[in-house]
Design a protein around this ligand. Structure first.
Ligand code: BGC
Length: 349
């Protein structure tokens, strides 16, 4: 079968090639790929900056934002042939650490977790893949191709849960949410904020086009420019850019008692010239919290599926701005100015 594979840490090594059918040890459920979303992490892996191949192997099958159709449910009773499913990304570490031991693999403490398409387990960018029944999420069939948005929705669902957990340390009924970045994660964070009844603001670099339109259609307020100029102090900021200056500005702009949740994974040198002690003093004197959030556990996958199910399908559909054939994966990985979510489509939804 065909798959998109890469040699992690080797830039330019990605290719569309023939590989053996998935091994039965990878799981008793056999799935035909429908589509796989492309995200910044995939781009980083292909650029040789991130990623790990399975032990003893040189290459890794890419892809963690899956959507597929069950070909063979195996002995599992809850799945049927033809079900639309999405595969969970992370697996607990083998030790396991206390968090993995209780199913909170997203909070793994020893870093020995594995992730499909990212860290030591093959991903979902192959014509067929296998999965363990306990890591399959069956989705509402009426979502069709939109099911490919489930994985990024799990990431923002967990982030929101973190914000609420931190906020609950004191009396707190937040009304305003600022989301920085209007990519897929930012827009889905805005969706979740709206679903929780907040006044949602979204900030991005672009001044016009689809991003501001989608924000306004959601009933949220669009800003372009600097976080410092938004004109109010948000109670919650969900940071989805990973850009140093935006992070620094967010930390300095959040209101007293507020929470800044970082979801963007950036890299690179110093930026923003942050006066560390002054910034820390401000955080102390205003009881602010900066919390990082990565990945998602089964509870978040369940909640995210509910959130997607409640969302306006037309709005969700506009997030998918490009579909590419697997053989054109290189185009899929190249960012174009109007891209929001690009998906590689293996078969009809
Ligand atoms: C994925 C997460 C993963 C993280 C770190 C993100 O792109 O959505 O599931 O935990 O990368 O590898």
């Amino acid at each position: 079968m065909k798959a998109i594979t890469v040699e992690p840490r080797k830039p330019g090594s990605a290719r569309y090639e023939d590989i053996p059918e998935p091994d039965v040890h990878e799981g008793s459920v056999l799935v035909e790929a429908v589509a796989v979303g492309v995200c910044g992490t995939d781009v980083e892996i292909v650029e040789g900056k991130y990623g790990w191949s399975p032990p003893g192997k040189t290459r890794l099958v890419l892809g963690h934002e899956s959507l597929g159709r069950v070909i063979d449910p195996g002995p599992s009773s809850s799945l049927k042939k033809g079900d639309l499913v999405v595969g969970i990304v992370r697996r607990p570490d083998p030790v396991p650490c206390p968090n993995c031991a209780v199913g909170e693999w997203d909070m793994c403490r020893n870093g020995q977790y594995t992730e499909r398409g990212i860290k030591e387990i093959h991903g979902y960018m192959s014509e067929r893949w296998r999965i363990e029944p306990e890591y399959v999420m069956k989705i509402d069939p009426s979502l069709g191709l939109l099911g490919v948005l489930l994985e990024p929705t799990t990431v923002v669902t967990k982030a929101w849960e973190q914000v609420v957990a931190v906020g609950s340390r004191a009396f707190w009924e937040p009304r305003t949410l600022l989301v920085t970045g209007a990519g897929p994660i930012g827009l889905l964070a805005a969706l979740v904020g709206k679903q929780h009844g907040l006044e949602v603001h979204v900030l991005d670099r672009v001044e016009s086009g689809l991003k501001p339109e989608l924000v306004r259609e959601l009933g949220a307020i669009y800003h372009s420019g600097s976080v410092r100029d938004i004109g109010f102090e948000p109670e919650v900021i969900v940071e989805c850019t990973g850009v140093g200056q935006v992070i620094a500005d967010s930390i300095q702009t959040v209101g007293a008692g507020g929470v800044v949740c970082l979801t963007g994974v950036g890299s690179g040198g110093r930026s923003g010239n942050i006066p560390t002690a002054d910034t820390a003093a401000n955080i102390v004197l205003r009881n602010n919290v900066i919390v990082g959030s990565v990945n998602a556990n089964k509870r978040h996958w369940y909640k995210a599926a509910e959130a997607l199910g409640r969302a306006d399908r037309k709005w969700l559909g506009r997030l998918i701005t490009r579909r590419e054939q697997p053989e054109n994966f290189k185009q899929a990985l190249e960012r174009q100015p109007d891209d929001i979510k690009v998906v590689i489509q293996f078969s009809a939804a």
